[in-house]
Design a protein around this ligand. Structure first.
Ligand code: MRU
Length: 389
């Protein structure tokens, strides 16, 4: 009996140390997303059965993070179309095409800044256009869309693993002191923002796994607290030595702690010259990185690069509701609403841009799954067109 208890204990120990965090659970016809509004208090998975659910999950930020937004949008279309096909709801190829294209247009209206969503919508629209000529029945249009959405889920994890590897190598090779590397990250770019592993946080994971990381610092990331609620959760979950700071402490940290030799952030949209839209507060971190002479690294899949935009001036920045800034989230109630605590004077005006644009001159490197883009000596801008060609 004792032996059985011992073996059970070992099994639980091993399975808990290898468990991976995932925010998107999918099998064909079935999609569940982790409601990130409830974290870190509760782990609630919610079904997404159609494009309306997908749109709402993205708009309310139950799902967030550029890659995850695109993947959930694509998978919501996949499960919706799958269910309609099963129920024989599509009568003609033309009707199926109309449903797929109008759904893609609708999903694009959920959030404006992360280019991954628009990139996916463009690719899926092109796919519908490509296969429609040969399509004899609705399934001939739906099947390729389902397969393309499912491929995104798999490819994203592999892309993130490559980003992690390239980014960790770049950092180790470019810091002053390889034996004393701590990093600071902003927002949440980990498993919760992607299909798994993460982009900037994937690099942190790689450094940690390679025993090259002394310590990770993460910002609180006001006003939505992706850092304190989500990144801190992931760092604790992975047992990575880490410390939370609030956004206004970053410069003091860099001044007082010389082991912090890199700031690593994600991206929502990178223009052709390297200007990068990312979570509000990224720009001020890049300024303080430059002032303190440390690396400022952007990590993102190549699908976050928007070559149609020459510079960051063209990027549309989402503005979010005032209540996110004047309240802090309290306890989550049974009805899935949370008790909000007001922290600002009634009547005050609020400006709440969700993102800012960091100019390329402040960025040391842009790490993608394809490798690391750097600027030519003497230039302030990246040439991402050549990098991707
Ligand atoms: O508003 P959010 O939480 O969707 O913003 C997320 C970010 O800004 C991330 O840094 C970015 O999307 C990259 S996630 C891998």
């Amino acid at each position: 009996m004792l032996i059985i208890w011992f073996l059970l204990f070992i099994f639980l120990l091993v399975s808990s140390s290898t468990r991976t965090l995932e925010a998107i659970q999918y099998t064909r016809g079935n999609l569940q997303i982790l409601n990130q509004l409830a974290l870190p208090h509760e782990t609630i998975f919610e079904p997404v059965i159609n494009v309306q659910d997908g749109h709402a999950a993205i708009k309310t930020m139950k799902t967030r993070g550029a890659p995850a937004i695109a993947i959930v949008a694509a998978l919501s279309l996949a499960v919706d179309a799958y269910a309609r096909l099963e129920k024989n709801e599509f009568k003609t190829v033309e009707e199926t095409k109309e449903f797929l294209l109008s759904s893609l247009e609708y999903l694009k209206t959920s959030r404006p800044t992360a280019v991954n969503l628009f990139d996916t919508a463009a690719k899926f629209t092109a796919l519908v256009d490509k296969v429609q000529g040969e399509a004899k029945e609705p399934k001939d249009l739906v099947q390729p869309i389902i397969e393309a959405a499912e491929k995104m889920l798999i490819d994203d994890v592999q892309d993130n693993k490559n980003i992690g590897k390239h980014g960790a190598e770049y950092i180790v090779n470019n810091v002053r002191d390889k034996s004393n590397i701590s990093v600071l990250t902003h927002c949440n770019t980990g498993s919760l923002a992607t299909a798994g592993w993460g982009t900037a946080l994937g690099i942190v994971r790689d450094l940690h796994r390679n025993n090259q990381l002394k310590h990770a610092f993460c910002t609180e990331t006001r006003p939505y607290n992706q850092g304190s609620r989500l990144t801190a959760y992931e760092l604790v979950y992975e047992s990575i030595p880490s410390t939370l700071i609030c956004d206004s402490m970053a410069s003091a940290l860099l001044r007082l702690n010389p082991s912090v030799q890199a700031i690593i952030v994600g991206a929502d949209r990178v223009a052709a010259n390297g200007d990068t839209a990312n979570k509000i507060g990224t720009y001020q971190l890049a300024i303080t990185a430059k002032h303190h002479g440390i690396l400022f690294v952007v990590a993102a899949p190549s699908t976050s690069i928007d070559l149609s935009m020459e510079s960051g001036k063209e990027i549309v920045i989402e503005e979010r509701p005032a209540n996110e800034l004047v309240t802090t989230t309290g306890v989550l109630l049974d009805n899935n609403q949370s008790t909000a605590v007001r922290t600002a004077a009634q009547g005050i005006n609020v400006w709440n841009p969700s993102f800012d644009v960091t100019p390329s001159e402040l960025i040391s490197a842009i790490v993608t799954e394809k490798g690391v883009a750097v600027k030519q000596p003497g230039l302030n801008e990246f040439d991402l067109k050549s990098f991707l060609s």
